[in-house]
Design a binder for this molecule. Structure first.
Ligand code: UT7
Length: 396
């Protein structure tokens, strides 16, 4: 047993009825290839590399290729996470996609991901709570595991915010980027894993960060488009002040629920929105820079994808070791916030992913794709035969 648990682990203090633990067993990230620098943005709006870096810490962000969507990026991140966990996609029991930029209003992006992965035994749903989404989804997935409802869960944050930005609004277009990150959570008796989480919401600030159109209040119409309501709108200063208020507080609450002191935190992985917000929260929590993960300079704010992408990069950089206590915190539209304390005790497969496994994965995903086409054909056939039998009409 890891010395930090000391045989007296108070894990899952916040997860009612927990008899087993939800561990991070795999992780993966995907970011689009296209890099957009601050100088490129300065060609579109009245801004400068110097202003953006000074006020946000951002140097560049990734922008999705026209063929890429929230689901395609989620699938890429999920495949890596599954491979690392050694979990066969056919054995996945739950897929949650946290996103503010789903492929469609419905079907859920999680269903598209479930289908593409060939996760035929999995339930799937989207979780929409803006940038807080991934940490919310982590809490939901962990609770479903510790309650015994599922044995594993694929928790993904994926966003294509570049498609919903007004590229003439310098107050917002400088901030955001595209990408995806995924965790495989797995049940285990090993102490540790997701120790606690704290979720929060204050809908009175709903209009401070909003995409007004496309829902039932303002369905897309020419009038709505003429007013630019299809784009993200934000009161930057108000969101900034809200973020600096809630981030540190939520982080402290998650630590308290996990019976951890802030001194016991090895790495703070905050939502990557603005370096000044991260610095304010770190100062409030009295955490030195060495204990704070920052990669906002490379990707900007990738919303629900930011925390898992930062986690993946922290692991790659050797900043997360087995037994480490991690503190994950996010905030965003809603207004909303979420924090989770995690003891990283990766429940890893007994053998590494070999070339044979890579081939098996390739075969599985191709079979999944063929099965999807076949299944789609059968649904169409149902529709045709249904019309023949019942005289039902195509609702177009
Ligand atoms: O996941 C949650 C997502 N949202 C956030 O995290 C956003 C939080 N807010 C922020 O990060 C910051 O408020 C911003 C980066 C959006 C803005 O920074 P700020 O320091 O709050 O700037 P400001 O809005 O107070 O504007 C200061 C000045 C203004 O000019 P005047 O009125 O002082 O002459 C703005 O017009 O900077 C101007 N300005 C810019 N100048 C150059 C605003 N945006 C820009 C820009 N380039 N992109």
């Amino acid at each position: 047993m890891n010395s930090k648990t000391n045989g007296n682990h108070k894990s899952n203090a916040a997860l009612p009825g927990a008899k087993r633990n939800a561990h991070i067993a795999g992780w993966g990230k995907y970011v689009p290839e296209k890099v957009m620098s601050n100088d490129e943005i300065a060609k579109l709006v009245d801004t400068s590399d110097e202003w953006i870096q000074q006020r946000t810490g951002i140097r560049e962000r990734r922008i999705a290729d026209p063929k890429e969507t929230t689901s395609t990026m989620a699938i890429r991140a999920a495949r890596d996470a599954l491979a690392l966990a050694g979990l066969n996609p056919g054995d996945v029991e739950l897929v949650i996609v946290a996103t503010a930029t789903p492929d469609y209003i419905f079907p859920a992006t999680a269903c598209l991901v479930q289908n593409a992965l060939g996760a035929s035994r999995a339930g799937a749903f989207d979780l929409s709570i803006g940038c807080s989404g991934f940490v919310y989804a982590l809490g939901v997935g962990a609770s479903m595991i510790t309650s015994g409802a599922v044995n594993n869960a694929l928790v993904i944050g994926s966003e294509t915010l570049s498609r919903l930005l007004n590229w003439a609004d310098r107050g917002t277009c400088i901030l955001f980027g595209d990408g995806a990150g995924a965790f495989v959570l797995r049940a285990s008796d090993t102490p540790g894993g997701v120790l606690s989480y704290k979720l929060g919401s204050d809908g009175s600030g709903g209009d401070l960060l909003i995409i007004p159109a496309g829902g039932s209040k303002h369905p897309i119409s020419q009038e709505v488009i003429d007013q630019g309501l299809q784009f993200l709108r934000m009161d930057g200063q108000a969101v900034f002040k809200f973020a600096t208020r809630v981030m540190g507080k939520a982080a402290k609450e998650a630590c308290e629920l996990a019976h951890l002191s802030l001194d016991e935190i090895d790495l703070f992985i905050p939502h990557q929105a603005n370096l000044r917000i991260i610095n304010t929260a770190s100062k409030f929590l009295k955490l030195p820079d060495a204990k704070v993960m920052v990669n906002v300079q490379k990707y900007g704010n990738t919303s629900a994808a930011s925390v898992p992408i930062a986690f993946c990069e922290a692991v790659d950089a050797g900043r997360v070791k087995p037994g480490d206590n991690l503190l994950l915190v996010s905030f965003g539209a809603g207004l909303s916030w979420a924090a989770a304390a995690v003891q990283f005790e990766p429940v890893m497969p007994s053998k590494p992913h070999t070339a044979k496994d890579v081939l098996a994965d390739w075969f599985h995903y191709n079979v999944a794709s063929a099965r999807s086409v076949l299944s789609h054909g059968l649904h169409r056939l149902d529709s045709v035969t249904g019309r023949k039998v019942w005289g039902a009409k195509d609702p177009k």
